[in-house]
Design a protein around this ligand. Sequence first.
Ligand code: AMP
Ligand code: ZN
Length: 463
Amino acid sequence: MQLQIYNTLTREKELFVPRIPGKVSMYLCGPTVYNRIHLGNARTFVLGDTIRRILVYLGYDVTYVQNFTDVDDKIIDRAAELGISVDELVEQEIKNYFTDAEALNIRAADKHPRVTAHIGDIVAFIEDLIAGDFAYVSDGDVFYSVESFPAYGQLSGQKLEDLALGSRVEVGEAKRHPADFVLWKAAKPGEPNWPSPWGAGRPGWHIECSAMVRSELGGHIDIHAGGSDLQFPHHENELAQSEALCPGEPLARYWVHGAFLIVNDEKMSKSQGNFFILRDILRHHDGSVVRFFLQSAHYRKPLAFDATSLDSANAALHRLKNTYAALEHVLAARDTPPASGEVLDLAKYEERFKETLADDFNAAGAWGVLFELAREANTAITRGGMGNTAEVLDTLHKLADVLGVELRVEKSIAAEVEELIARREEARRARDFWTADKIRQDLLQLGIVLEDTPQGVRWKLKW
Ligand code: AMP
Ligand code: ZN
């Protein structure tokens, strides 16, 4: 089994060879902390967490860094709007990020550096760029000179001439080339600022990540990830900054970009107004269902969100959870083994699961393998049992955890179903057929079919 990763830089699936055998350093551009994250942002953060879990499962020792952008126009504007300080807003939104991440079972990264804690590193980075003639000072601002870096445009596949033509920025006095971008912004009244050799100011967006990769991970990493909107200009500029200082040594060996969550064929985004705040969604849907939904398409394919998406995801995931609960029930109900019945070939399933994930982190495909396993287990128990129920449970649990989803439900589904069946019986005795039928329908929604037999009501899982 060899891991293959699609590298945006080469536009090819490549064999993964980390800089240091067995170890992976990975950086994902984190949120700008001015508001609760929406479902689209969540897709990208779930992607980072899923890749990290897969790498660990494949045996790598992973160092994962995800930053917080905690100084930005949007933060300054929102703090003013709310009448609170930038610091207060940032603290609140970082806390909110972790609450949301936890609900989706996104583990904290090894490090979550904040831009404001790295101003010294950023200033030092800009000084290095100026010293190497890759940047110039203009009236308290500092710009990166794209013409000084001949490979500029390689990540996004664009030529400098085209960028100049397509650029909406007029060549003014401040910039030498329209695609030059700001590294340091001179302070404006009332905005957060820090001293620098070029006067008080604050960093531009792109330099943050180059500087934090350098100070947290040593400047050269294995995987750099983010949403596909970051490919240009953000990652193009990061690459230009970092590689200008270290010619011949890539900033990242593999660039991974996640496709968008879309609504009516458009990217979900705050500016489009077509966004759903994750916290609102979590009022109605379990975090595991949301995570499962976000993994339901390959990460390089757009994922469409509509009114039925989460209900469908819920129904599908429930089938898996129900099977899991039914297996637990079988195991608990069995008095002393000998276990009887067919033995499922778990090694075969795990092998396929692993191979699927090693093919460019195909989490959606890996879920397919788990569904096949659960289906086979379910058929086996309907036929009278399995020889390796405990091992099937372990495998299902372990592999779903690689994808970050807990299959164990707090309250046993069996107990819940029995309770509902008792209520239905009660309703039927009271000749309340509407309620009785409603309960049957609700159970059906959860993938449970009732059968009225002479011995009483039986239930089984619908597959
Ligand atoms: P922001 O807080 O706007 O910087 O975005 C944080 C992350 O979410 C970035 O990596 C974006 O690429 C990503 N992102 C934003 N919108 C979407 C979307 N609709 N689908 C997937 N990822 C997104
Ligand atoms: Zn970044």
